[in-house]
Write a protein that binds this ligand. Structure first.
Ligand code: ATP
Length: 131
């Protein structure tokens, strides 16, 4: 069976470069599953989990938005950040979640609510990967 080469890169450097049978990810238009021989595609990704299948095993990555490109069985994900479950610091993510929630509940005018919402999504995404 043909496989997909998946490469994930962030501003901090490469996170992953391996072959998988299938990848499932959340785009701005909903969840998609990609197998070998998929048509070329470029799409934004949500702050979400990317799931990767190799044989009977599934792997996960927490990605912070970015873009996914599919071309000739090569998948490239460029994201602001991407972490494997074992790299996620739960205490840090919990603190980030609490900080974002406090900001969202605050009545202060100088709060950037959109920024706080994104921070909350990132923290919840990281925590959900550890569950
Ligand atoms: P924080 O407020 O804790 O910095 P954040 O969501 O604002 O969280 P990002 O800007 O998304 O953090 O990421 C900055 C860098 O820190 C990235 O390299 C990211 O992979 C890493 N990072 C952020 N939170 C965690 C975490 N809980 N565990 C491991 N790495 C993290």
């Amino acid at each position: 069976m043909k496989t997909l080469n998946v490469s994930v890169v962030t501003p901090d450097g490469p996170v992953l470069n391996e072959n998988y049978d299938m990848i499932v990810c959340r785009t701005d238009k909903g969840e998609i599953g990609i197998l070998a021989n998929h048509i070329p595609l470029v799409t934004p990704l949500e702050i979400s989990a990317v799931r990767l299948q190799k044989g009977n095993d599934w792997y996960k990555l927490a990605v912070n938005g970015g873009f996914l490109e599919v071309h000739d069985n090569q998948i490239s994900i460029l994201a602001q950040s991407a972490e494997k479950p074992e790299e996620i610091d739960v205490v840090r993510a919990r603190k980030a979640k609490e900080r974002a929630e406090r900001r969202l509940q605050s009545k202060q005018e100088n709060i950037d609510f959109h920024r706080a919402e994104l921070a909350l999504k990132r923290a919840m995404n990281r925590l959900s990967l550890k569950e």
